[in-house]
Design a protein around this ligand. Sequence first.
Ligand SMILES: Cc1cc2nc3c(=O)[nH]c(=O)nc-3n(C[C@H](O)[C@H](O)[C@H](O)COP(=O)(O)OP(=O)(O)OC[C@H]3O[C@@H](n4cnc5c(N)ncnc54)[C@H](O)[C@@H]3O)c2cc1C
Ligand SMILES: NC(=O)c1ccc[n+]([C@@H]2O[C@H](COP(=O)([O-])OP(=O)(O)OC[C@H]3O[C@@H](n4cnc5c(N)ncnc54)[C@H](O)[C@@H]3O)[C@@H](O)[C@H]2O)c1
Length: 460
Amino acid sequence: MPDVSCKIAVIGAGTAGLAAFRSARELTDDVLLIESGPLGTTCAREGCMPSKALIASAKVAATARGGESFGVKTSVKVDGPAVMKRVRRLRDHFVDGVIEGYRAIPEAQRLRGRAKFLAPGILDVGGRRVEAERIVIATGSEAVIPGDIAEATGGRFMTVGDIFELHGLPERLLILGSGVIGCEIADSMASLGVEVSCLSKGGDISFLSDPLVKSAAETILKGHFRLLPDAEFELLGWEGDVFSVKLAEGDGPQTEGFDAVLVATGRKPSLNDLNLEKAGLELDDQGTPQFDELTRLCRGSEDKPVFIAGDADAETMVLPRANWTGEAAGRNAANWPSVGKADAPPTMGICFTEPSMAQVGKRFSEVEDRDDLLIGCADFSDQGRAICEGRNEGILRIYGSAKDQKILGAEMIGPDAEHHAHILALMLRQEITISEAQEMPAYHPVTEEGLRTALRNLSD
Ligand SMILES: Cc1cc2nc3c(=O)[nH]c(=O)nc-3n(C[C@H](O)[C@H](O)[C@H](O)COP(=O)(O)OP(=O)(O)OC[C@H]3O[C@@H](n4cnc5c(N)ncnc54)[C@H](O)[C@@H]3O)c2cc1C
Ligand SMILES: NC(=O)c1ccc[n+]([C@@H]2O[C@H](COP(=O)([O-])OP(=O)(O)OC[C@H]3O[C@@H](n4cnc5c(N)ncnc54)[C@H](O)[C@@H]3O)[C@@H](O)[C@H]2O)c1
């Protein structure tokens, strides 16, 4: 006899798992939510929310520091311990909110422990055997630590969650990786007065793929902190409290010292402990299940269905996606064998630097080879409202199809980019034509006039 048997077991009580649990429970009470970690979700505990709390303090510091050019004089002193205390207070508030919701779930529907597959449809959870007719994997992701970095630092480095545990700000911070985490933390720490060097490999700046937008982003961010997206460097190691790096920049190699090291070199799905080889699933070379994007059903699992959602699927790791994939997985698990295709929203990425970077729909790299490609551009350096506010930097590029007369996507950095991305996402969602989009109303003076300019000059 199994210790527990249920119709649906959801592994992971993060954003995706909670969404799967909720949508399954609308259709059946026989759902079990399994969680091994500290609860509270990655988003609230070490992701979206504490990072945005840090960024909020940074924005206040940057605005205050820039006051003089507006005729407003202030003397700015950043109180590092107070900044970090606020970050933790807000983080705890968000985490507590999630935990409260978790505790409201009837006890019979939740189980604490690390799940691993014993066989298709059978899990071990901390020594208890769970038999489930259908399973949802929503185990999230974890930081990737390249071997050479682990070796050179002797394990003495921070990942992003550790940053929020700091009780003060470091003087000289080395950030490895100029992806989304690297850019957000580098930009905010620099605004808070930390001397930041962000060194990366491969030339990436967050998720940008459009060379013109990327080049604008590089120029803007280089004005805030030292950014070398494709750096030549050698990690020398710690000597006492100083971590040394040999760096080729300008006149030749030089050695520099840092007080703290943040590794932000990417994330991978947390699947290692799941014993997936016992689950009867088709796995790729990395050990990630193969699945259908819109039904979330894992290939090879048709007898004992397994669905996957959130960061665990190794696709774009952002919260809105964790939500919709979780909902779709939970709904299809409950409705099995009748599975429906999810109505996936347009992809969106926002990197909360100042100004923010954004991507919506298809990225440039996905459309650049089209022979009917239209591109519309707006340059914010000469944009009225942005000039008034001293935020006149950045560009926005929109991609369209001449054949279908549809908007395909956009990439941008500039004032209010996060909001422009949302307007474009709505247009993509509603599948309006380019000429309909060009009728977008705009008040004056607003930065949305820049967005309208880009729409109006969509041409080949
Ligand atoms: C620093 C940072 C900033 C971010 N900022 C943003 C942002 O601004 N906007 C945005 O949209 N996205 C952001 N993200 C991404 C977003 O946080 C994630 O995409 C999202 O939280 C993923 O949710 P999830 O449910 O897949 O994973 P999680 O929330 O990590 O949930 C996975 C759960 O599974 C549990 N688990 C794992 N293995 C097992 C097992 N074997 N048995 C039982 N339980 C298990 C874990 O303990 C965890 O609770 C950020 C991420 C980071 C790291
Ligand atoms: N605002 C947001 O939505 C938000 C914020 C933070 C994180 N996230 C999510 O978290 C995920 C992980 O973020 P991330 O920034 O860690 O990953 P990332 O994949 O965005 O960037 C990793 C960067 O590290 C570089 N790199 C890899 N190996 C390296 C090495 N050995 N030395 C130096 N650089 C190296 C890569 O070239 C890349 O630029 C993102 O994909 C994103 O989906 C989202």
